[in-house]
Design a protein around this ligand. Structure first.
Ligand code: NAD
Ligand code: UD1
Length: 332
C-alpha cells in the first residue's frame, strides 16, 4: 500500500516508517519539522535501503495537504502529526487545539474528498485520566484531563463522527502507553529539544553526564515501591503495531490500546537501566509532579486478538536500545 505518514520524521513516526518499509509498503512523509529534523529521513532510508517521498508541509494547511493527494496515489493515512507535551499544552492551550484538532479535521476532510478509506490515528493513554488500571478501551473517558488530552478526545470524536456519516470508512484509533527505546541500529531514537520531561530520555541524559541526577517525582504512591507505575513499550513494538493495525483494519471505528499490559515503577526502570547498561543513575526523591497519577497500564488483549499483535521486547532491550541511541547521538 501507499501510506501517507503525517509527522513521519518524529519519534514514533520515524520508527513506524522503518516497520512499514520493512513490510513492503511505500511511504510518503508529510512533516513540517517543528519537532524533528530532516536528517531523520536520510537515516530511515539508510537503515532500510528504501526511498521515501517527503513533503515539508503543515497538516493544518489544507491546500498543502491537498497537493500530496494530487501528486500521489494514497491507500491509507497514519496521522501522527501533532504537539505532545502536557505541560506546554496547559500554558499554550490554543496552539494545541489549533494544531492537533485542525490537523485531524483536515485529514478527515481530505480522506473523504479523495475516497481514502483507511485511517490510523495516534491517540494516547492520557484519555483514560484517573480510571483504575488496567485501562480497557470501553472505559468512560475522563473529561478535562489537560488541553493535550482534550485534543486527543476531540480528534477521536471527529473521526468517529466521520465514520458515523459514512460507514465505509475504516478508522483505527491507537491509544499508546509509554513508548521508549530506539531502533536497534542506534541511528534513530528520541531526541527531545531542551531538558526532557519524560523519564527514559531523562535517565539516558543522566547516564551520559549531561544531567546531574534524576529527580524521582514522589515515593508515596500506593504502588510496589511508592514510585509511579507506567506501561513502557519498546518503540519498535509500537511501530509494528501500526503495521498490524493497517493489515487488520476493519470497517467502522475501532479503538486499540498499544501497551504491554505490564506496569513498571520508576525505581524498577532505573534498576533495569543500570543492569542492562552497567551504568549508575544517581537520583533523589522529590515531591510528586502535579497532574501525575499513581499507575497507568494497558489491557492490551483487544489489540493482541484483533490485530494479531503483541509487544515482544522486554524492559532490558528498551533500556539497551535507548542508551545505544543516546551514546551515538552526536547532536547532544
Ligand atoms: P514527535 O513530536 O516526535 O513527532 C510529531 C511529528 O509531527 C514531528 O516530526 C513534528 O514536526 C510533526 N508535526 C507537528 N505538527 C505538525 C503539523 N501541523 N504539520 C506537519 N507536521 C507536524 O512526537 P511522537 O512522540 O512521535 O508522537 C507522535 C504522535 O503520537 C503524536 O500525535 C502524539 O501526541 C502521540 N503520542 C505520543 C506519545 C509519546 O509518548 N511519544 C504517547 C501517546 C501519544
Ligand atoms: C507523560 C504525559 C502523558 C504522555 C506521556 C508520553 C504528563 C502528566 N503525562 O506521561 O500525557 O502521553 O508523558 O509523552 O505529563 N518521572 C520522574 N522523573 C522524571 C520524569 C518522570 O520520576 O524526571 C516519573 C513520573 O512521575 C511518572 C513516570 O516517571 O511516574 C513516567 O513519566 P513520563 O515519562 O513523564 O510519562 P507519563 O507521566 O506517563
Amino acid at each position: 500500500m501507499n501510506i501517507l505518514i503525517t509527522g513521519g520524521a518524529g519519534y514514533i513516526g520515524s520508527h513506524t516508517c522503518i516497520a512499514l518499509l520493512g513490510a513492503g509498503h511505500k511511504v510518503i512523509v508529510a512533516d513540517n519539522f517543528y519537532n524533528s529534523a530532516i536528517e531523520t529521513i536520510d537515516k530511515i532510508q539508510e537503515v532500510t535501503n528504501k526511498k521515501i517521498i517527503i513533503y515539508k508541509n503543515d497538516i493544518t494547511n489544507y491546500f498543502e495537504l491537498e497537493s500530496i493527494f494530487n501528486e500521489n496515489p494514497i491507500d491509507g493515512v497514519i496521522h501522527f502529526a501533532g504537539y505532545k507535551a502536557v505541560d506546554e499544552s496547559i500554558k499554550r492551550p490554543l496552539d494545541y487545539y489549533y494544531n492537533n484538532v485542525l490537523s485531524t479535521i483536515n485529514i478527515a476532510k481530505i480522506c473523504t474528498k479523495y475516497n481514502v478509506k483507511k485511517i490510523v490515528f495516534s491517540s494516547s493513554a492520557t484519555v483514560y485520566g484517573n480510571n483504575m488500571p488496567p485501562f480497557v478501551e470501553k472505559m468512560k473517558l475522563q473529561p478535562s484531563i489537560n488541553p493535550y488530552g482534550e485534543t486527543k478526545v476531540m480528534s477521536e470524536r471527529i473521526l468517529m463522527d466521520m465514520v458515523n456519516a459514512n460507514f465505509t470508512f475504516k478508522v483505527s484509533i491507537l491509544r499508546y502507553f509509554n513508548p521508549v527505546g530506539a531502533h536497534e541500529s542506534g541511528l534513530i531514537g528520541e531526541n527531545p529539544n531542551g531538558k526532557p520531561n519524560n523519564l527514559m530520555p531523562y535517565i539516558t541524559q543522566v547516564a551520559k553526564g549531561k544531567l546531574e541526577k534524576l529527580r524521582v517525582f514522589g515515593n508515596d504512591y500506593p504502588t510496589i515501591d511508592g514510585t509511579g507505575v507506567r506501561d513502557y513499550i519498546h518503540v519498535m513494538d509500537l511501530a509494528e503495531g501500526h503495521v498490524a493495525a493497517l493489515n487488520n483494519i476493519k470497517q467502522g471505528t475501532n479503538i486499540y490500546n498499544l501497551g504491554t499490559g505490564k506496569g513498571t515503577s520508576v525505581l524498577e526502570l532505573v534498576n533495569a537501566f543500570e543492569e542492562a547498561n552497567n551504568v549508575k543513575i544517581p537520583y533523589e526523591i522529590t515531591s510528586r509532579r502535579p497532574g501525575d497519577i499513581a499507575q497507568a497500564y494497558a489491557d492490551p488483549s483487544k489489540a493482541n486478538k484483533e490485530l494479531k499483535w503483541e509487544a515482544k521486547r522486554d524492559l532490558l532491550s528498551m533500556c539497551r536500545d535507548a542508551w545505544r541511541f543516546e551514546k551515538n547521538n552526536k547532536t547532544l
